[in-house]
Design a protein around this ligand. Structure first.
Ligand code: GTQ
Ligand code: FE2
Length: 367
């Protein structure tokens, strides 16, 4: 209670009981929880290590078949701040997906959009509305809202990739739709030619320089695959022309220059060897997936050490800076997916660069 009291305690309590009994809530008792001076995300900075996730994913490959109904063998990142919700951060789903040799994840479509960033293995293609997109480590594959998609492992090895979905956002907007592929068959027919979107739509600007800018377009990119060799070439080009500690490119729709999906922006970061980025905070949530190299991030005063295949989250308005070890002498490449286009479109995007490096009070120990 922050306002002056006029009646007796008993009268006031009676008023609150009567309000509650008819489904009304007095704002003056909850103002400070609702209108916080700055964002207070329930999700907390967190890291899931590849060393922990991969053996568990392998056990799931042994024990759990990929079938209609379950649809996917996916381990979702469950942020401990979210009270049991299977979300990496409040607005984004993040997960490790795996397919064993010759397995097929059946075709379906849904209103949440998805992106895949390939971590390890060969032999899988994802068919997106009839276009079979081959997946190799470091590639980004899009499966936009309501596009049919299935994953086919035609090879003899396991394959692992990261999934990012706008599922929590679409859920918050009460707009989830899901359909199984009507067939014939559980997956879409394999076309004679793969990677058609690349042949048709790879012309144009597929990358824009800078941190996740996330300019929104209500439609998605028609290019469904961005190859690691092209992403790495962009980072190499920036490294040759700039002295920044952190180099970044955003994957773009080659026709509009906008983010790859209306709801999600994807970026690749390169943290230079022995360098440290300035601490920054932004509105909006981001999931980071380490592709190559080792480094550390300080997020809200806590140090997170990471290496290939590790995944970590930077919730809205958390201060984050990234660095690599001087001694290691190698840079690190990190894939980032965020909800920045939504914040931009709604006029909610803010960014603040902080003065000095954070002095971490502790180091996170992964479970
Ligand atoms: O691969 O279609 O991580 O539908 C979550 C939901 C992956 C997929 C996820 C999905 C998929
Ligand atoms: Fe799906």
């Amino acid at each position: 209670m922050t306002v002056d009291q006029i009646g007796t305690d008993a009268e006031l309590e009676e008023l609150y009981r009567d309000l509650s009994a008819v489904d009304l809530s007095p704002l003056w008792t909850i103002t400070e929880q609702l209108l916080t001076p700055a964002p207070r995300p329930r999700a907390i900075p967190w890291l899931w290590s590849a060393a922990t996730m991969k053996p568990l994913a392998r056990r799931a490959i042994q024990l759990v078949p990929v079938e209609r109904g379950g649809e996917r063998r996916v381990l979702s990142l469950q942020n401990p701040g979210l009270g049991g919700l299977p979300y990496a951060v409040g607005t984004l789903w993040g997960a490790l997906q795996c397919l064993g040799p010759r397995e097929v994840a059946p075709a379906h479509r849904h209103s949440p959009g998805a992106i895949r960033f390939v971590l390890e293995g060969e032999g899988v293609f994802t068919t997106v509305d009839g276009d079979a997109c081959d997946m190799h480590p470091g590639d980004l594959v899009l499966t936009p809202s309501m596009n049919w998609h299935d994953h086919v492992n035609g090879g003899d090895g396991e394959m692992f990739w990261f999934d990012g979905l706008d599922l929590p956002m679409v859920q918050a907007l009460d707009s989830i739709f899901f359909e199984e592929y009507p067939g014939p068959g559980e997956s879409q027919p394999e076309p004679a030619e793969h990677n058609v979107s690349e042949r048709v739509h790879a012309g144009g600007t597929r990358y824009v320089d800078g941190a996740v800018s996330g300019v929104l377009s209500p439609r998605h990119s028609k290019l469904m695959v961005y190859r690691w060799a092209d992403t790495a070439a962009q980072l190499d080009r920036l490294a040759a022309s700039s002295d920044e500690p952190l180099l970044s490119v955003e994957y773009a729709d080659p026709q509009t220059g906008a983010s790859v999906l209306p709801t999600m922006a994807c970026a690749a970061y390169r943290v230079r060897a022995g360098r440290r980025s300035v601490p920054v905070r932004r509105t909006g949530n981001a999931v980071h997936v380490v592709f190559t190299g080792h480094g550390s991030s300080v997020i809200d005063g806590r140090r997170f050490d990471w290496g290939p295949g590790d995944m970590f989250v930077v919730p809205s308005w958390s201060v984050a800076e990234h660095f690599t070890d001087e001694a290691a002498g190698e840079h690190a490449d990190v894939f980032v997916v965020s909800d920045a286009p939504v914040l931009r479109a709604l006029g909610l995007y803010r960014e603040q660069v902080l003065a000095g490096p954070q002095r971490p009070s502790d180091t996170f120990s992964p479970r």
